[in-house]
Write a protein that binds this ligand. Structure first.
Ligand code: SF4
Length: 181
């Protein structure tokens, strides 16, 4: 008997707090059952650093606050058949977008120069640091997103429902996470 091919799932956290990933782990021991149907590719759960070119599903936590976020998002869009925005930060910028009503230079000055307790502060300028964007952006402003999973974070139950549907255990196989539309 030929073994059913597992869905390849990649995940990443951009400008997020990893809370959405933690929520995914809230499905507890059901994660083991899920792993009979999916395998993780690039993800903080595997520490694989680049996306394989044949991923079935990409799950993005967090919005875009710097140039590296944009680069990673484009890598996911290029390599994943279906892309899912997971959580408020990916969908509308979330908490990090609170900075959008202030100029970036004002924020950097306050964080590194004028906050109480700072002495001889300097704004980090190592060339290896990704350039910050002037504003935090939701990911759909840069690439096409197939599904949106709202919440801060989406509940573990919602994660499991979506995963169930993706692997076809609730009837005919559908596209991923249709409940989140
Ligand atoms: S949506 Fe909420 S839980 Fe998810 S990354 Fe943003 S702040 Fe964290």
């Amino acid at each position: 008997m030929t073994e059913k091919k597992k869905l390849k799932v990649a995940t990443t956290s951009l400008a997020g707090c990893f809370g959405c990933h933690m929520s995914f782990l809230d499905i507890d021991e059901r994660l083991f059952t899920l792993l009979e149907h999916i395998e993780f590719d690039r993800s903080p759960l595997t520490d694989i650093k680049t996306c394989s070119p044949d991923c079935d599903i990409g799950i993005i936590e967090g919005g875009l606050c710097n140039a590296e976020n944009v680069h990673v998002l484009r890598e996911f869009r290029k390599n994943c058949k279906i892309l899912i925005a997971m959580g408020a930060c990916a969908i509308n910028g979330g908490l990090p977008a609170q900075r959008n009503h202030l100029p970036l230079t004002t924020i950097l000055e306050e964080v590194y120069h004028t906050s109480p307790g700072l002495a001889n502060g300097m704004i980090p300028n190592d060339p290896e640091l990704p350039l910050p964007l002037n504003q935090v952006h939701p990911i759909h402003e840069v690439v096409k997103i197939d599904y949106f999973m709202p919440g801060c974070p989406p509940s573990g139950r919602r994660n499991l429902e979506g995963a169930d549907r993706s692997v076809g255990r609730q009837g005919a196989r559908t596209r991923a996470w249709p409940d989140a539309l």
